[in-house]
Design a protein around this ligand. Structure first.
Ligand SMILES: CC(C)(COP(=O)(O)OP(=O)(O)OC[C@H]1O[C@@H](n2cnc3c(N)ncnc32)[C@H](O)[C@@H]1OP(=O)(O)O)[C@@H](O)C(=O)NCCC(=O)NCCS
Length: 438
């Protein structure tokens, strides 16, 4: 019974994320190591689930271990300079073989549909092709990188066409030149270029290791791009499996991708936990802070309604319609956390009589007790002072003491300015609180 209950509440809790992610474009990149792992089929099931939830999905796979394995068999050495493979003719042959084989294996897994398996009924269509045009890196510091290339152009229109048809796009880390040459590319670079070119909502890098603070061992949950840059600067000796994804994240964020997630692929279900639970399990890199308090916009109305609806049902907040919020949206302030509205309030000012009414103050139950209510109130004070207001009123049924502890005085209906008096609903029998501003 308990597990049934927790399943139902987990499923309900994930619904805002399902709505938020639908029709959004996510680019997911993973290394050749992930493809070799025993649990790779689980990842593929998760990709299929994301696609069936209406997410426009581009997968970019790596092939490093597969190339090394082939070189090894040929007794050829893998040559690197500055962490980048030098792709000579033998290595290029290995690149072509590895890319072809890995692509076919992933396509096969995505095509599965055995009854009673997680893929039953998914009927995914996979599109792969010559979406990436590349050019040679050339000679750097006297080192000729031969067939190692860099992305020159992404065929955006062709990718959109595939995504519009609900196809999952699968991209290998190779690119073609207009003269018909093949170049070996890094999967991180391709994923970065594709996400920037598509202006994807998310770039997700499935990594080989969690991103932890080397001093404390603690997982790093959020990073702004400037914090990521400082982290790389202060920890110059981190392995490539950490630095490459972080560098890709910085580059993507600086080119307009709002959220880059680094998720340790070894954690079972990490992708789903990251995308459909409040706090996730990976490291989120974003150019703007993970959580911010800001004036509301029309786009926030859905989130505000979702936050206040349960409080209206409990009679804690007065009911207000979508239209009313829409008309008064410039009065609203919200706290947004990773794309979700977790706090809000409104200050309805009366400029001629120089007072304001605070309304609709709410913080999501999971985030209470960490001064977010205080921060919303502080923002209201700043706004009120900018508008030259002399006093603030609040009507409250169950939160009277919260306001009294913050300097509000219990008052009565006679203290209410006429327009507020007319709106007062005796049935709610709210207490009236007043604060004079200095
Ligand atoms: C009131 C509310 C916005 C506070 O948000 P918050 O982010 O938890 O606020 P803060 O962290 O700044 O303050 C938390 C403190 O307020 C206290 N508090 C919370 N609700 C309270 C209430 N109804 N009455 C008195 N104190 C209350 C908490 O116990 C906590 O006190 P502590 O720090 O001594 O433990 C939030 O509890 C909420 O959304 N409540 C439901 C909606 C509501 O009542 N809105 C007001 C309508 S007028």
């Amino acid at each position: 019974m308990n597990s049934e209950k927790s399943f139902v509440s987990w499923f309900r809790d994930s619904s805002p994320y399902i709505h938020a992610h639908r029709n959004k474009t996510f680019v997911i990149s993973f290394g050749g190591e992930a493809v070799l792992a025993d649990d790779f089929a689980h990842h593929v099931h998760d990709f299929a689930l994301l696609s069936s939830l209406g997410i426009r999905l581009v997968l970019v796979h790596g092939i490093r271990p597969q190339i090394d394995e082939r070189l090894n068999k040929l007794n050829a050495t893998a040559n690197f300079h500055n962490h980048l493979r030098i792709t000579d003719d033998i290595a290029l042959q290995c690149v072509k073989e590895a890319a072809g084989l890995v692509r076919v294996e992933i396509e096969a897994l995505l095509s599965m549909g055995i009854a009673n398996s997680p893929m039953a009924g998914s009927e995914l269509k996979v599109a792969s092709g010559n979406f990436v045009t590349a050019k040679p890196i050339g000679v750097i510091d006297g080192v000729d990188y031969c067939h190692t290339g860099e992305v020159r152009k992404i065929d955006n229109a062709a990718l959109h066409q595939q995504l519009d048809q609900n196809n999952v796009v699968l991209i290998s880390p190779i690119g073609y030149s207009p003269s018909g040459e093949v170049f070996n590319l890094s999967a991180e670079q391709v994923a970065t270029a594709v996400s920037i070119s598509l202006q994807a909502e998310k770039l997700i890098l499935l990594t080989e290791q969690s991103c932890n603070n080397p001093e404390t061992g603690d997982a790093i949950r959020q990073f702004t791009t400037s914090e990521t840059e400082a982290f790389l600067f202060n920890h110059a000796n981190l392995p490539d499996i950490i630095t490459l994804p972080l560098k890709a994240a910085i580059q993507s964020c600086q080119s307009g991708i709002e959220r880059v997630h680094l998720i340790n692929r070894h954690i079972d279900g990490a992708l789903l936990l990251e995308l459909f639970s409040r706090d996730g399990v990976g490291t989120l890199v974003s150019s703007t802070p993970f959580e911010e308090l800001r004036p509301a916009t029309l786009n926030d109305i859905g989130g505000i309604l979702e936050l206040i609806k349960p409080l209206e049902q409990q009679g804690i907040l007065a009911k207000r319609s979508r239209e009313k919020i829409e008309m008064e949206i410039t009065d609203y302030i919200v706290i947004e956390r990773d794309g979700l509205i977790i706090g809000c309030t409104a200050l309805h000012p009366n400029l001629s009589e120089q007072y304001g009414a605070i309304a609709c103050l709410a913080v999501h139950p999971d985030y209470r007790g960490h001064a977010r209510g205080n921060k919303l109130l502080e923002y209201v004070y700043t706004k009120a002072s900018q508008l030259n207001l002399n006093s603030l009123f609040v009507l409250s049924t169950q939160t009277v003491h919260w306001f009294i502890e913050r300097g509000f005085l219990a008052s009565d209906i006679n203290s209410l300015p006429e327009p507020l008096k007319m709106l007062y609903n005796p049935e709610r029998n709210s207490k009236i609180l007043l604060k004079y501003l200095a």
